[in-house]
Design a protein around this ligand. Structure first.
Ligand code: CTP
Length: 394
């Protein structure tokens, strides 16, 4: 989704400047044209040559005497770019931006651009906590700048505190979100469920399944990157929380049902990628069950069927995890659960089962149209599903 997009990466002079190389690399790998603009002090922390090699583009610095053809380059870039990302942003640059000072290539470019500007501060914790910095950041926020709050952890001084550059994934996720804000799902609210629910047996055990949550998370991120407002109702997974998505953590099918009912109130679509347990223990033992008897029988009762029971005027998308008669079973589920779309996959296949990064699915819509897709990454599958959602909503 970053292909054909121009990202200006502004680097200012702090110890976290070395992390800008990683950001530049990830953005470039994702297909973006990355134009690096460095302040003079940034060049003391990391060589422009490094960035030039990573991005394959000339780097703009304040170091060279601008030649005639270069002198307006930053202004042309200010107009051409889709987004400006300043990472890391020092207290000094933040103060200049807040005051509207344009005394170097980067601050001039920011003043001249109409593109969204994302600022990822990184500095000493006292500088970050200083009311002057807080005030400057508040002023930028009020003017529409997107601020990526720094994290807590070890700082260059050796102290532990606030001021660390946010995680690279958070920064990249924010760039994607800003680039997608006018996408084909702009203004739409999408609720996605993900992961495998866990039904407790006693305080330390549960019945679970092998869902990794990857498919649902990919759908949530893809919807975000196309401009949707996304709520992700997720059973426990080991995945990082996607940026720019409202995350509602749940454990059981019952909790998921409640969270979904609440989230769909104003939704345009519900995409149920979660692997919801079909049965739960009839009662949960309040104490840890001891291994005394040679056998143990658990009595299970049905969980609610969330897709069937949830009511409202929104598009309903289900998944059908099948091990045989995939298409026929999926068609049957679509009808039985009153769905608009069902995504069927054969969970017995090694490359499209639980936990994989790829999936091979067949999408069936309410009109009986069947589309079998080749093996794709889960993110590509997510976008194919959303293409269908866009078609059916409009
Ligand atoms: N689903 C749900 N509530 C449940 C079980 C499943 O909302 N209690 C949803 C899933 O999220 C999925 C779809 O229904 O989108 C189909 O799930 P699947 O497990 O394939 O089918 P089941 O309805 O559970 O039927 P079966 O296990 O008999 O195949």
């Amino acid at each position: 989704m970053l292909a054909q997009k121009t990202v200006v990466l502004g680097i200012t002079g702090g110890i976290a400047a070395y992390k800008a190389a990683d950001i530049a690399s990830k953005l470039t790998q994702a297909g973006a044209k990355v134009e690096v603009v460095m302040t003079e002090s940034a060049t003391k922390f990391i060589a422009p040559l490094t960035l030039r090699n990573i991005t394959g583009r000339p780097v703009i610095t304040d170091l060279f005497e601008p030649a005639a053809e270069h002198s307006l380059e930053h202004i042309a870039l200010a107009e051409a770019t889709d987004v400006v990302l300043i990472a890391p942003a020092t207290a000094n640059t933040i103060a200049k931006l807040a005051a509207g000072i344009a005394d170097n290539m980067l601050t001039c470019l920011v003043l001249a651009t109409k593109a969204p500007v994302i600022v990822a501060p990184a500095m000493n914790d006292n500088m970050f906590q200083n009311p002057a910095t807080k005030d400057n950041l508040a002023r930028l926020k009020a003017r529409g700048f997107v601020i990526i709050e720094p994290g807590y952890g070890r700082l260059a001084s050796g102290k532990i505190g606030w001021g660390r550059l946010a995680e690279i994934e958070t920064i990249i996720g924010t760039v994607k979100q800003m680039l997608g804000r006018k996408g084909d799902l702009a203004g739409k609210r999408i609720v996605v469920t993900a992961g495998g629910t866990q039904e407790p047996i006693d305080p330390v055990r549960h019945i679970g399944n092998r869902s990794s949550g990857k498919m649902g998370y990919a759908v949530a991120e893809a919807a975000r990157d196309r401009g949707a407002e996304v709520t992700l109702v997720t059973a426990p997974t080991s995945l990082a929380q996607p940026v720019g998505v409202e995350v509602v953590p749940v454990q059981t099918a019952g909790q998921m049902k409640e969270a979904v009912a609440k989230a769909v109130a104003k939704a345009d679509a519900l995409i149920m990628a979660a692997a919801v347990a079909d049965y739960q223990p009839k009662s949960i033992s309040p104490a840890k069950i001891k291994k005394e008897a040679p056998t143990l029988t658990l009595e299970l009762v049905r969980t609610p069927d969330i897709l069937t029971e949830v009511k409202g005027d929104f598009l309903k998308v289900g998944f059908a995890a099948e091990s045989e008669d995939v298409i026929a079973n999926a068609k049957e589920k679509l009808k039985k659960k009153g769905l608009d779309l069902i995504v069927a996959n054969d969970i017995t296949s090694a490359e499209s089962g639980f936990g994989t990064d790829t999936n091979k699915v067949t999408i069936i819509d309410r009109n009986g149209k069947v589309e079998s897709l080749p093996l794709l990454s889960k993110r590509e599958v997510a976008d194919k599903i959303l293409d269908k959602v866009v078609e059916l909503i409009s």
